[in-house]
Unconditional design. Structure first.
Length: 616
């Protein structure tokens, strides 16, 4: 086997050993590299002109024949000399540049290698270097883009950094680096990367970044990209990557969103059991949409909520933007009936008769915004809403034409006439995709364990992986909680639980703390105790008072200032205890709420919380 390394200084290995010394003579090695990189046969005249242009013809041909003799000693019959044509059989030599993984550790083509008296070869080598540089940049950026799309943020960032290592002023790579940091919640590092690129561009080329880069920097600076945006960036290092079916779901959602940006409106129905990461995927897609300059509206449906309630929540949750002014006055007047604050923003609507067609004003308002900016509407827990509300959201996509509008609904994997009907219509009369999240399998838990314990040996990782799978039945929420608790110091002892887990036909939200394996319940309690005091007090207040409480009321219930309450809520949202919309905060899963109420809040504490909130 012959291996030829051309990324960096050239090296040849023959069956793992050094080649004959003659092969390493400068022009012999140059000829070997050239023939190995040629996709077709070359004439002898061409090769003579390439490497021996200044020699008399008979001497040049003698030198070529001698070089071919040396190469034949190494490659044997793979060197074919058919009359005037010379070729090395494709694949006979393993060239590192042909290895797809070489992009992860790129080098300069034939770094430091020259043939000064062969200008044609030098020109070819320079062209190869440029082609290689462009190809590797394309590969690196493609890899970075795919990784950022499916949640491999650290890997995506590394690919972008490698691209900047090859070309420090490569603007798409700079934007990818900024995007990766922003999605990781490291806003300061994202803006630092932007400033560093901007300064270098000005210093070396006396140029400013493109509009796309400037706009991205401004979005990173001002947009609430991830839940708990004001939470400490020091906590960003502890952000769990998207794992398991959530990763595939996110990649699919991002692909649908990109088609939406190209003028293909769509609905995404994200379906799965409680705790399988539906809200996390929705949050991740929303962050990417905001970086794309989209208007993002997020709402969480309440039990039995009507269409007008959803419209109000969407307006409060992100649709109340200046671009809304492009809607017709009667449309704005209709929206102001469900969201009175619009009277203040658009005073003229007071004199306008509202549109009377149910659902149509909201659809027209979204279309007006989409004429200026893309729109992503996210409705979490969508099955709680009335069916007409869901049908109205579907009609927005149907009426969108070529407008960049995407609607994402998260729904539970339970029998539901409205959800089943909507899913059956996807891809038929409603363009879109059904995306499913599910439980972790052992390989997913192994990835989780590897993230939490990078120093574990193989045996320790396998032992913890098996235990987590057994105790959580692969439920992502519980698996993450248990692994985090072990990381925080929980010792897993023999569990005397004895019950089958999970119980047949029961979901995570139907499970009470006493039904869980001891290790899982202990992990949730330990994680609660690991919160700062304000975090514990705020989580207890949300559990006792329920969702949709004003922050000021939660602050009173937790005996803290509004500023302290906002900081605590941001951190709880960042750590995925809570999920927020414009109307308040709710627990990510009902089980977490029950553990807090059952195990972490005494009767006296509950009474005091209610008294401070005026509920006594």
């Amino acid at each position: 086997m012959i291996e030829l390394d051309v990324l960096g200084p050239p090296h040849v290995h023959v069956d793992g050993s050094d080649p004959p010394q003659e092969l390493l003579w400068r022009k012999h090695l140059a000829l070997l590299v050239y023939l190995a990189r040629s996709s077709r046969a070359r004439t002898r005249d061409h090769l003579v002109g390439l490497l021996w242009p200044d020699k008399e013809e008979y001497k040049a041909r003698h030198s070529l024949n001698e070089a071919l003799r040396v190469i034949r000693r190494v490659v044997g019959e793979a060197l074919r000399t058919d009359g005037d044509n010379v070729q090395i059989t494709p694949g006979a030599i393993l060239v590192d540049i042909d290895d797809p993984t070489s992009v992860s550790n790129p080098g300069v083509f034939l770094d430091g290698f020259t043939v000064p008296d062969a200008p044609a070869f030098e020109d070819w080598m320079a062209a190869e270097r440029e082609n290689l540089r462009a190809r590797i940049l394309d590969q690196l950026m493609g890899n970075s883009d795919r990784c950022l799309a499916d949640g491999h943020l650290t890997t995506g960032r590394q690919f972008a950094e490698n691209a900047l290592g090859i070309e420090s002023l490569h603007e798409p790579a700079a934007r990818a680096l900024m995007t990766a940091y922003a999605l990781e919640g490291k806003r300061a590092l994202a803006l630092k990367a932007y400033q560093r690129f901007r300064d270098q561009l000005e210093r070396e080329l006396d140029m400013a970044p493109s509009t796309a880069t400037e706009e991205l920097a401004e979005r990173i600076r001002t947009e609430p990209l991830v839940p708990g945006a004001r939470a400490s960036e020091a906590a960003a290092d502890d952000v769990l990557p998207v794992i398991g079916t959530g990763r595939l779901a996110l990649a699919t959602c991002v692909d649908v969103w990109r088609h939406t940006l190209a003028g293909n409106p769509a609905m995404i129905v994200l379906r799965g059991d409680p705790g399988t990461g539906k809200t996390r995927v929705a949050d991740e897609l929303a962050a990417r949409a905001r970086l794309d300059g989209a208007v993002v509206a997020f709402a969480r449906a309440l039990d039995g909520e009507s269409a007008s309630g959803i419209w109000s929540a969407m307006l409060k949750g992100g649709l109340d933007v200046p671009e809304l002014a492009g809607a017709a006055p009667q449309v704005l007047a209709a929206l102001a009936e469900v969201e009175p604050d619009l009277h203040v923003k658009f005073p003229a609507v007071k004199q306008t008769r509202p549109s009377s067609v149910a659902g149509e004003p909201f659809s027209q308002a979204v279309a007006a915004i989409a004429e200026v900016r893309p729109v992503l509407l996210v409705l979490d827990d969508a099955l709680k809403a009335e069916q007409p509300a869901l049908e109205a959201l579907g009609s927005i996509v149907q009426r969108a034409g070529g407008a960049p509008i995407c609607v994402l609904l998260t729904v539970l994997s339970v029998p539901s006439v409205s959800a089943d009907s909507l899913c059956q219509r996807l891809g038929r009369d409603i363009p879109g995709e059904l995306v499913v999240t599910g439980s972790f399998v052992e390989s997913h838990v192994a990835e989780l364990v590897s993230w939490a314990f990078p120093d574990y040996d193989e045996q320790a990782s396998e032992r913890l992986t098996r235990r987590v799978v057994a105790d959580t039945a692969g439920n992502p929420f519980l698996a993450v909680e248990l692994v985090r608790a072990v990381k925080a110091g929980l010792e897993i002892t023999d569990d005397k639980h004895g019950k089958p887990w999970p119980e047949k036909a029961r979901t995570l939200d139907q499970t009470m703390p006493g039904d869980l394996p001891q290790t899982v319940a202990a992990s949730l309690r330990l994680r609660f105790r690991g919160l700062a005091e304000h975090g514990q007090e705020m989580l207890a207040a949300v559990a006792v008072l329920g969702g949709n409480e004003p922050t000021e009321n939660l602050a009173r219930a937790g005996e803290m200032s509004t500023q302290e309450a906002e900081g605590a809520l941001d951190m709880l949202e960042w750590q995925r205890w809570l999920v927020a919309d414009a109307r308040g905060y709710s627990f990510v899963t009902g089980l977490a709420k029950e553990v807090v109420l059952t195990d972490m809040v005494t009767k006296g504490k509950k009474r005091r919380i209610l008294e401070r909130a005026g509920r006594s």
